[in-house]
Design a protein around this ligand. Sequence first.
Ligand code: 2AM
Length: 170
Amino acid sequence: MPRLFAALEPSSDFRDALSLLQDRLRAKGVTGRWLDPSNLHMTLAFIGAWPEDVTEYLPSIPVPFRISLAGPGIFPGAKVLWAGVRPSRELDTLAEEVRKKLDLAGVPYDRQPFFPHITLARKPFVPDSVRLSAVEVPSADMTVREVCLYKSEHLENGMAYTVIGRGGRL
Ligand code: 2AM
């Protein structure tokens, strides 16, 4: 059964900025299992193993809006190093709408509160001398036009996250 999640796909400029942020963190001595730039995404709802394609339940975005890259951080437990996405009302509303639609369709998802972030590395190690808040964040914005359905797969060389559907396009 595929492992599914709903997420935003970075534009190519946004992806380049994230990759540059990964480079800057590496240059400061931060290590970890870095996500390949092709795998970077911003999760709105994690569904997990589910037998059917749920693309038809993804909301469309009648009024596109902008999101901006923010500074890096680490969740308590230090398992994930992420790049923040500046919180906004539009983004919160979109995440709520995705989750509402999944609820209506009877599709289960992880109910952890939405915290907009893009995972850059798993199992990170940040040297004591590095203050994440002092790392220069490349400036990046993108327009959000669609919600993507992603499939998560274990491949020989690690995880791969692939877009398998796009909301509002049917
Ligand atoms: P994370 O990067 O912060 O771990 C695919 O696994 C995506 O779904 C990742 O962006 C991951 O967030 C997110 N996700 C959210 N809840 C998850 C869960 N319970 N298990 C695995 N991934 C989850």
